[in-house]
Design a protein around this ligand. Structure first.
Ligand code: FBP
Length: 549
């Protein structure tokens, strides 16, 4: 463990706020059982895949009288996927609350993500270690990983580890794919007659794991505030120097929530939203045209500078590129060995171009060579293209430049700069919101485990109403499921929550963007504040405010 910075030392003493139902003693929390649930679609197929956990009721927590002495709990915890600020506080909430139930409760951290659970690599988390990580960013307390647990053999190996440690529960802190696997593991364990609970925690900076009962995933708040600070700084630099157009790609491999929130927080000149581009079936050329529109309008006012926000997953939403990627994914899965044996990137590009259907082959041909090569890079373990490796910001600025050069009316000077913000925010020290939210999620998980609830995701909602009024509970994970094609096969998975074009957050952008694309309407949000007035330190995102949390 590194030495603590002065900020970390102060933050170590921060005591996360909790909803009132969770702050009067975990043993006093009473679970109220709500309505039975259905998955969002494909009900029959999901019911058939989850005969034991489908349709379970919603659960909400309220303060009650003590339920009496509890037995010690033995809990394992896994951090899965990309870092998100606040992960350490989920673990702190779990740690404190299982020990509050019984002093001999034990928390085992599986090392390096789901792979640690499969291989039985773990460590018993003690007070000293836990204290060193309270309210800190990153996932380094036990590390994370992207191993996909899906085969019966993998689950059987997990069962051996679970049996060996006599675990009452496994808590999986992850995004949509990891929580999908949590639900599958819960069903599998029940099928094998094991009473070990599996509880999921909604994590991802991308903000795309949410539904009516889960207002946001943790980490989104801190990450997007970090990016907005940087974007604001860049906008101010652009306005001062008056010579660069900044193309800023922002993480969010499918949904554009981060870009939308950053656009609202900084009032960048152009905020591209992938979901809108897909809905309007815009071609790449049309997207380029929309950026040129702002560049030209600003140049006409003597402003040869500006800021364009580009969502990381953009290319997957442009219909022609989306079908190209889907075809490439299937081909790479089908002809994996043959493809891997090809000697060079050049040969791979040529061979693939020959395999593609004519329409996709044409789209592929029109892309710059660097982007063609980036489309062929390894998929992640869930079969997704690694969009963080595709330089969409450069693709766009090159195409904008080419278009402007051909425009006889354009007399401005276009000099682009490129940025990609993702890793800068994923391991930042959690904002007060994420520190409080995560700690509460950890405590909520303990209540579910205490009462033997499996296949649930811990939930805390009503987030726009002040922490004491937050409402904690549990949401059956199958409620978020639908059937989707993965590696060419239909599988039950959690549906990603994309930006809703009829929702209030996008509505706010749509209302103002024609003014923002021409004027210098920038806002400079500045760094996250941890000490000071509550309206700054505890501020929630614009998305949550507009969606009412
Ligand atoms: P999760 O879905 O695991 O939360 O991760 C999301 C993300 O941060 C994306 O925004 C990004 O595309 C991806 O991780 C990058 O992952 P890696 O750490 O493998 O580079």
């Amino acid at each position: 463990m590194n030495q603590l910075s002065p900020l970390d030392q102060h933050r170590k003493a921060y005591s996360p706020k909790r909803p009132s139902a969770l702050s009067q003693g975990i043993e006093r929390v009473r679970i109220r059982t709500g309505e039975a649930t259905e998955s969002i679609r494909d009900l029959d197929a999901i019911r058939a895949s989850f005969p034991k956990t489908y349709g379970m009721p919603l659960l909400s927590f309220e303060a009650g009288v003590s339920t009496g002495a509890s037995k010690p709990l033995r809990v394992g915890v896994v951090l899965s996927g990309g870092q998100a600020p606040g992960g350490h506080n989920v673990i702190a909430g779990l740690f404190d609350s299982i020990r509050a139930l019984h002093a001999e409760s034990a928390l085992y951290g599986f090392i390096g993500g789901p792979g640690g659970l499969e291989k039985g690599q773990y460590e018993l988390i003690g007070s000293e270690k836990m204290d060193a990580y309270r309210n800190t960013g990153g996932f380094d307390i036990i590390g994370s990983g992207r191993t996909k647990l899906e085969t019966p053999e993998q689950f059987d190996r997990c069962i051996e580890v679970i049996r060996g440690l006599q675990l009452d529960a496994v808590v999986i802190i992850g995004g949509d794919d990891s929580n999908t696997n949590a639900a599958i593991l819960a069903e599998y364990l029940l099928g094998k007659g094991l009473r070990t609970c599996v509880v999921g925690i909604p994590k991802t900076i991308d903000g795309d794991l949410k539904n009516a009962r889960i207002p946001t995933s943790f980490g989104f708040d801190t990450a997007v505030k970090t990016y907005s600070e940087l974007i604001g700084n860049i906008a101010r630099d652009a306005r001062s120097a008056r010579k660069y157009w900044h193309f800023i790609k922002l993480m969010g491999r499918s949904a554009s929530h981060i870009t939308l929130e950053a656009g609202l927080q900084t009032r960048a000149n152009v905020t591209l939203i992938s979901e809108e581009i897909e809905e309007k079936k815009q071609s790449l050329d049309k997207v380029v045209e929309s950026v040129c529109h702002s560049v030209k309008a600003r140049a006409a006012q003597g402003r040869d500078y500006g800021v364009v926000l580009v969502p990381e997953g953009l290319v997957e939403f442009i219909p022609s590129i989306k079908s190209l990627i889907a075809e490439v994914n299937d081909l790479l899965a089908e002809k994996e060995k043959e493809f891997a044996g090809l000697p060079s990137t050049e040969t791979k590009i040529q061979t693939l171009a020959g395999w593609l259907k004519p329409e996709s082959a044409l789209t592929f041909k029109l892309l710059p060579g660097a982007i063609q090569a980036q489309l062929l890079l390894d998929r992640d373990p869930h079969g997704n293209v690694q969009v963080s490796l595709i330089e969409t910001e450069k693709l766009l600025s090159e195409m904008v430049n080419a278009k402007l050069k051909k425009d006889p009316e354009y007399r401005g000077k276009f000099t682009p700069q490129h940025h990609f913000f993702g890793y800068e925010g994923r391991a930042a020290a959690p904002s007060n919101f994420d520190a409080d939210y995560c700690y509460s999620l950890g405590c909520a998980a303990t209540v579910l485990i205490r009462d033997g609830k499996t296949g649930y995701m811990a939930s805390v909602r009503n987030l726009s109403q002040g922490v004491e009024n937050w409402e904690a509970g549990g949401v059956p994970i199958t409620m978020l499921f639908n059937m989707e094609s993965r590696h060419g096969k239909l599988k039950p998975v959690i549906q990603k929550a994309l930006v809703e074009l009829k929702g209030p957050a996008f509505g706010e952008l749509a209302k103002h963007r024609s003014a923002w694309e021409v004027e210098d309407a920038y806002l400079y949000p500045g760094p996250i504040q941890y000490f000071g007035p509550a309206d700054i330190c505890d501020a929630i995102t614009k998305t949550l405010t507009l969606e009412k949390g």
